[in-house]
Design a protein around this ligand. Sequence first.
Ligand code: BG6
Ligand code: MG
Length: 220
Amino acid sequence: MSFSELKGFAFDLDGVIADTARFHGQAWRQIADKVGTEWTDELADGLKGMSRMDSLELILKSGNHENEYTQEEKEAIAKEKNDNYLTLVQELTPDDVLPGMRNLLEELKSKGYHLALASASKNSPKILKYLEISDYFEGIVDPAQLTHGKPDPEIYLEAAKIMNLAPEQVAGVEDAQVGVDAINRAGEVSIGIGDYLKDADVKFANTAEVTLDAIKEQLS
Ligand code: BG6
Ligand code: MG
């Protein structure tokens, strides 16, 4: 893992750039209550980074309800979650970029690094607009085109392709364990934000600590 090889950064969105992980959590908690699954910190962390349908499956499994709903009913529940989420995020403004992240994007861009978004969220383009940061990214991986969700490396490999870079030239930034696992499996440098994460090449306790210098320091 060498810092000098890095040419691009692939960013997760929720919980890394945008203060939206709490809204996903809030909206999923309503669904957990509805289906009768107990809401725990472990479940909340386990949901981070998971696609919409994988999240619902995890909630159902966690309360032993996985065989109680038809596919059609599951799709209706996932839509209800998304409707609730979209109501919650309507309040987002540029102030809801997480601490330090606008500066980081600015610094990376001004130093000529490529930037792409590797979020599992189908709502990413909307959230980037609310935060007024769409222009930083040369590409957004479309999760609807992917076969597998995180921890599969597909989304991070696609992000490297969008930037025209080899995986070893890319660092991925994540707040979810499935996301760090996806980056590692893609052969990219993993930057993990959150004390609960394992196996990240570079670790930070919170977004405010993430700077290019601090990344360089941990990689050398
Ligand atoms: C991820 C979030 O970024 O996107 C998950 O961490 C969320 O919590 C997933 O479930 C899918 O998002 P969406 O907006 O497509 O339902
Ligand atoms: Mg995230």
